[in-house]
Design a protein around this ligand. Structure first.
Ligand SMILES: Nc1ncnc2c1ncn2[C@@H]1O[C@H](COP(=O)(O)OP(=O)(O)OP(=O)(O)O)[C@@H](O)[C@H]1O
Length: 620
C-alpha cells in the first residue's frame, strides 16, 4: 500500500474534534496567557480602525473653511496614544504568542509521548503509516499554539474587516459588496490549496523518514566505522540527497502552484482597489466626496483588502494546522494494538508454570509463519534452555511471552490464565529479562543499571547487581565511578574546569555492556520469570564461565528461560528445548537428548569437537 493510497482525509467532524482538542490543550496549558493574548489581539485589531476615524476627523476639521483649530490637539494626542498602544499591544502580543505556544507544546509533547509510551505492543512501531503519523503528530504537538494563533489572527482580521467595512459602506456600499464578494473565491481556492499541501506533506512522509535515516547514519557514531572502512559516505550521501530532491520536488510543485494562484488573487485585488481609487478621485472632483472621505475610502479599501487577505490566509493556515493536528489526535486516541481485557484478571505469583498451547505466530499476514504450533511448558522453579538455528523463532517466542505481540493462534497461559486476560503492565512487572538486542543508554553507569527497576534502584542495590554481573570493579574504576557517563555524545556536567576529564564520558566494550545489561536484569531477580536471551554472547571465555556459574546459583529454584547458541553453557538446564521448523523438535535433559542422537546431539558434538585439542590440558 502506498502512502498516497492510505492518505487520511479527515471529515468535518474529525476536524472539529481536533480543533476542540487543540483549544482545550492550549487553554489548560496557559489560561492567563491566552486571556492576555486575546486582549492584545483585540487591541491591535481595533486600533487601525480608530486611527482611520481619527484621521478622517482631523482632515475634515483641517479642510473646513471656518478652520478654528478647536479639538485638533486632543485629536492629535489621541492619534499619538493610539500609535503607542499599537506598539505596546503588538510587542506584548508577540511575546504572549510565543509563551502560549511554548506552554502548549510542552503539554502536547507530554500527551503525545505518554500515549506512545502506553502502546502495549511493538507492532505500531513497525508500521510505516503509524510512523508517518507519529512524525506529523510530533511536528504539530511542537506548535499546538499555532492553531490558536492562526485562529486569533483570523478573528483579529475579521474584527478589522468589520470595522473598515462599516466605514467603507458609508462611502460606497457597491464597492464594499464588490470587495467582500471578491474574497469568496479566494477563500475557496486557498482552502483547496491547503488541502493539497497537507496531502503533499503526508505523501512525502516516508521520503522524509528515509532522508532522516540516512542523515542520522552519516552523523552518528553507530555506523561511522563501517561507513569509513567500506567507503560508504558518498553512497549514503547520494541516497540522502536523492530523498531530499524527491521531497523538494513535491514542495516545489506545491510552491509554484501557490505562487500562480496567489499572484492571480493579488492581481484581481489590485484591479478592484484601482477601480475604487479611480471612482473615489472622480467623486471627489465632482464634489460628491470630501477630502476626509477620500482619505477614509483609501484607508478603508486598503484595510479591508489587507485584512480580508489575512482572514483568508490565517483561516486557511488554521485549517492546514488542523489537518496536521488531527494526526496528533489520531495517535493520542488510537486504540491499543493489543486487545485490552474489559475485565482484566489479576495475575498471581507463578505457582505451577507457563504453558504455550499450540502457538502459531507470524509478524503480519504478509509475513511467513515463524512459529507453527509450539507446545511448551516452563514449570515453576525450573530452567528451560531454548536452542535452535538462527531465525528459528527463539527471540520471537520471548517477545510473545512478554506479550509484545499476541499469538496469531493458540495461547500462552500463566498458571492456566491466558496472558491476554491480564493487563500487559502487570505481566511485565513479573518478568526480568536481558534481550539479545539490549539497549546501551547514553546515561550514567548507575542509571544504565537502575533502568532495570527504577522503583527500587538505590546505590546499594545497583552496586550489588553490578557485582553479580561481574562489572562492579570496571565501573568503580571509571573516572566518576557509577556517575560516569557511558557515552561520548554527552558530557556529565562538570563542577569546574579541573573536573573536565572526569566529566568526559567513556565507552564500554561490548562484553562490559553485556554485563551492564545483565546487572539490569539482576535488579529484577525477584521476578517470577527470568528471561536471558544470549546473556553471554559478547563475553570472553573466562567471563562467560563466571557469569554462567553465577547464573546457575541465581537461577536455582527460580523459573527461567535461557537462550544460547553455546550449548556447553546451557547443558545443565533442567530441560533443553530445540526449536526447529517453527515447532518443538526435541525436548529433554542434555543427557537424554545426547543419547537420542538427534539434531541436538549432532550440534553438540560439532561444537565440542571445535574445542577439542589433544595438546591442551585444562586445569580446574
Ligand atoms: N519484527 C519482525 N518483523 C518481521 N519479521 C521478523 C521480525 N523479527 C524477526 N522476524 C523474523 O522472524 C524469524 C525468527 O526470528 P527470531 O529473531 O525469533 O529468531 P531467533 O531464533 O531468535 O534467531 P537468532 O538465533 O539468530 O537470534 C526470522 O525469520 C526473522 O526474519
Amino acid at each position: 500500500m502506498t502512502a498516497e493510497e492510505s492518505e487520511p482525509r479527515p471529515g468535518a467532524r474529525a476536524l472539529f474534534g481536533a480543533a476542540g482538542r487543540a483549544a482545550g490543550m492550549v487553554w489548560q496549558a496557559a489560561r492567563a496567557h491566552v486571556v492576555a493574548y486575546v486582549a492584545a489581539v483585540v487591541v491591535t485589531a481595533a486600533i487601525p480602525v480608530a486611527v482611520a476615524w481619527l484621521t478622517r476627523e482631523v482632515l475634515d476639521r483641517v479642510s473646513r473653511p471656518d478652520r478654528t483649530g478647536a479639538g485638533l490637539l486632543e485629536l492629535a494626542l489621541a492619534l499619538a496614544a493610539a500609535g503607542g498602544a499599537l506598539v505596546v499591544a503588538t510587542q506584548a502580543g508577540e511575546y504572549l504568542r510565543g509563551e502560549v505556544d511554548r506552554r502548549a507544546a510542552l503539554r502536547g509533547k507530554d500527551e503525545l509521548f505518554a500515549a506512545v509510551g502506553a502502546i502495549p505492543g511493538l507492532a505500531p512501531f513497525e508500521d510505516p503509516a503509524f510512523l508517518d503519523r507519529l512524525r506529523l503528530g510530533e511536528l504539530s504537538a511542537g506548535h499546538p499554539g499555532r492553531l490558536v494563533d492562526t485562529t486569533l489572527s483570523t478573528i483579529r482580521s475579521t474584527l478589522t474587516v468589520a470595522g473598515f467595512v462599516g466605514s467603507l459602506a458609508l462611502i460606497s456600499p457597491i464597492f464594499t459588496a464588490i470587495v467582500l464578494a471578491s474574497a469568496i473565491p479566494a477563500l475557496l481556492i486557498e482552502v483547496r490549496l491547503s488541502r493539497q499541501r497537507a496531502g503533499m506533506l503526508w505523501r512525502i512522509g516516508p521520503v522524509e523518514r528515509r532522508r532522516m535515516f540516512y542523515s542520522t547514519l552519516l552523523s552518528t557514531v553507530d555506523a561511522a566505522k563501517e561507513i569509513r572502512l567500506f567507503d560508504l559516505g558518498g553512497f549514503l550521501r547520494g541516497r540522502m540527497l536523492a530523498e531530499q530532491r524527491t521531497a523538494d520536488a513535491a514542495r516545489r510543485r506545491m510552491d509554484r502552484r501557490e505562487v500562480l494562484v496567489q499572484g492571480g488573487l493579488a492581481g484581481s485585488a489590485a484591479v478592484v482597489a484601482g477601480a475604487g481609487l479611480v471612482w473615489a478621485i472622480l467623486a471627489a472632483g465632482d464634489g460628491r466626496l470630501g477630502v476626509g472621505d477620500v482619505a477614509m475610502f483609501i484607508a478603508a479599501m486598503a484595510g479591508v483588502q489587507a485584512s480580508l487577505g489575512t482572514v483568508v490566509g490565517a483561516g486557511v493556515m488554521a485549517y492546514e494546522h488542523l489537518l496536521t493536528f488531527h494526526h496528533f489526535v489520531a495517535v493520542v486516541t488510537a486504540a491499543p494494538d493489543l486487545p485490552v481485557p474489559a475485565a482484566p484478571r489479576p495475575l498471581p505469583a507463578l505457582r505451577r508454570g507457563i504453558e504455550l498451547r499450540d502457538v502459531w505466530f507470524r509478524y503480519s499476514p504478509d509475513h511467513p509463519w515463524v512459529l507453527r504450533g509450539v507446545d511448551l511448558t516452563i514449570p515453576v522453579g525450573q530452567t528451560v534452555a531454548l536452542v535452535g538455528r538462527n531465525g528459528g523463532g527463539k527471540s520471537t517466542l520471548v517477545k510473545l511471552l512478554c506479550r509484545f505481540y499476541d499469538p496469531t493462534r493458540g495461547s500462552i497461559r500463566w498458571d492456566g490464565v491466558d496472558i491476554r486476560d491480564v493487563p500487559p503492565a502487570q505481566l511485565r512487572s513479573r518478568i526480568g529479562a536481558v534481550f539479545q538486542d539490549f539497549v546501551s543508554y547514553d546515561l550514567s553507569a548507575a542509571e544504565n543499571i537502575a533502568v532495570g527497576d527504577l522503583a527500587v534502584a538505590d546505590e546499594h542495590r545497583i552496586a550489588e547487581a553490578a557485582r553479580d554481573a561481574g562489572v562492579h570493579d570496571t565501573i568503580a574504576a571509571l573516572p566518576r565511578g557509577y556517575d560516569t557517563m557511558l557515552s561520548r555524545s554527552f558530557k556529565a556536567t562538570a563542577a569546574d574546569d579541573d573536573d573536565r576529564e572526569a566529566a568526559a564520558g567513556v565507552l564500554l566494550s561490548g562484553g562490559q555492556w553485556q554485563r551492564v545489561a545483565l546487572a539490569r536484569a539482576f535488579l529484577r531477580r525477584d521476578r517470577d520469570l527470568l528471561i536471558l536471551d544470549e546473556p553471554s554472547a559478547g563475553l570472553d571465555p573466562e567471563a562467560e564461565h563466571q557469569v554462567h556459574s553465577h547464573l546457575r546459583t541465581l537461577r536455582a529454584g527460580r523459573t527461567s528461560l535461557v537462550i544460547s547458541h553455546r550449548l556447553g553453557a546451557v547443558r545443565d538446564a533442567d530441560r533443553i528445548v530445540v526449536l526447529a521448523g517453527g515447532v518443538v523438535a526435541e525436548d529433554g535433559r542434555h543427557s537424554e537428548l545426547v543419547a537420542a542422537g538427534g539434531g541436538y546431539a549432532q550440534l553438540f558434538a560439532r561444537q565440542a569437537a571445535g574445542y577439542r585439542d589433544e595438546g591442551v590440558a585444562v586445569a580446574g
